[in-house]
Design a protein around this ligand. Structure first.
Ligand code: GDP
Ligand code: MN
Length: 393
């Protein structure tokens, strides 16, 4: 489960990490009231940040600085009207703007293959870490924490030096260890601070000091461990689950969205994975993993078709059913019904074998569906159909 930046910062702050102050508002007027307090306290500028469960808010216009209460109200209204990566912005975080000298990246994440917590840092912070990993892999520093000992002092210091934080050694060591503590205490998979910033603070007498502050925070909690932390359930965001995922869950369908163009409808997780492999081997890219499960009736097939077609990237659909408990004719009836009600048509290739395959074939033929008997044939036809309809689009 993902939680908002504001909630993630609360968890970090409670663990003693230096986080930027801020308060959440659900409207522009409320944002202004909060900002007035910070301006009154001496803040030169205030930062207004969209609270949505997506990264890249800055690029999307969801993070803005403002120099007066009027301006805060204005930018808050603009941000609250945005939809970022499919998430409508309902709340903003308002806090005094930091004066940033450097932006770094620091995160604790679960390295499943090593069965350890990995602390990963980069001197190139602020931007998308995947981008850094591909364009500047040399700037990424990582170290495993020992399951019992944690991050040894020398490891933490070495990490800090490699990130160029020699001047902030003690702080950096505390933050790295703090991320691990937050991760363990909350059963998180990921605790990410991007940017971890060197901020400049000016005392009333004009003296400048520099310190490390967590300016952004992202925490992903392990869903399976949530029952151990009932208080964290309150942090669940209504947008935590995308509408499509919710619809899939309620329909009893396992659906995972992918980036390709060929929608898949399959029964059984193993067959679904095989189908995806075959699509890739035939030169295509699956648009999803979708398992309608065993014994699916026609209505589940129509629900699955709705999920697939809701993805505008889908250019062709491959239906691959191995009838056992699932009856081929039921699936075929579902497909015929789905096609009757759907608002968008894309080429479809259907392969149904096993229980009632003959009845299924008759139904499909009568309705003019393109069919295939072998899996390779089905994959090849679907890839060709996607290419054709992609070219036409
Ligand atoms: P993200 O784009 O969703 O990761 O949102 P961030 O909270 O990381 O903000 C994006 C960028 O906005 C940061 O990398 C900073 O450059 C900038 N930013 C965020 N907070 C502040 C702030 O308090 N002061 C200043 N000057 N810039 C900020
Ligand atoms: Mn960020």
């Amino acid at each position: 489960m993902k939680i908002s930046e504001a909630d993630a910062k609360t968890l970090l702050g409670a663990a003693g990490l230096p986080v930027a102050p801020g308060e959440v508002a659900d409207g522009a007027a409320a944002a202004r009231t909060i900002a007035e307090r910070y301006f009154g306290g001496g803040a030169g500028r205030v930062v207004v940040k969209a609270q949505v469960l997506a990264g890249g808010r800055g690029k999307a216009g969801g993070v803005r600085l403002a120099a007066s209460p009027d301006e805060v109200e204005e930018v808050a209204a603009v941000i609250l009207a945005l939809t970022i990566k499919g998430y409508p912005v309902r709340r903003v975080l308002v806090g005094p703007a930091a004066v940033i000298e450097r932006e770094l990246y620091l995160a604790a994440l679960l390295d499943r293959s090593a069965r350890r917590i990995l602390v990963m840092g980069s001197a190139e912070g602020g931007i998308d870490i995947e981008e850094v990993a591909s364009t500047r892999p040399d700037t990424i520093v990582s170290v495993h924490a020992h399951p019992q000992i944690g991050l040894a002092a020398w490891q933490a210091r070495q990490l800090a030096f490699r990130l160029g934080l020699g001047d902030h050694l003690r702080e950096a060591v505390g933050i790295a260890r703090g991320l691990i503590a937050v991760m363990q205490d909350n059963d998180a998979d990921l605790v990410e601070v991007n940017p971890l910033a060197v901020v400049v603070e000016r005392a009333p007498d004009g003296a400048e000091t520099r310190r490390l502050v967590c300016l952004d925070a992202k925490i992903t909690l392990d869903d399976s461990a949530l029952p151990r932390h009932p208080q964290l359930e309150a942090l669940r965001d209504p947008d935590e689950e995308a509408p499509i995922d919710r619809e899939a869950r309620l329909a009893g369908i396992t659906y995972i969205h992918l980036e390709g163009t060929i929608g898949c409808m399959v029964n059984g997780a193993g067959l679904a994975m095989t189908t995806m492999d075959l699509i890739k081997r035939a030169g295509g890219e699956p648009a999803n993993f979708l398992d309608i499960g065993g014994g699916a009736r026609a209505d589940k097939v129509t629900a699955a078709m709705r999920l697939i077609l809701a993805d505008r990237g889908v250019r062709a659909i491959l239906v691959n059913i191995f009838g056992g408990i699932t009856r081929g004719d039921e699936v075929a009836r579902g497909l015929v019904e789905a096609r009757r009600v759907q608002e968008r048509d894309v080429p479809m290739v259907v392969r149904i074998v096993g229980t009632n395959a003959t009845e299924a074939a008759e139904l499909l033929r009568a309705s003019g569906f393109e069919t295939a008997t072998t899996l390779d044939d089905a994959a090849a036809k679907a890839v060709a159909a996607a290419a054709r309809s992609g070219a036409a689009a």
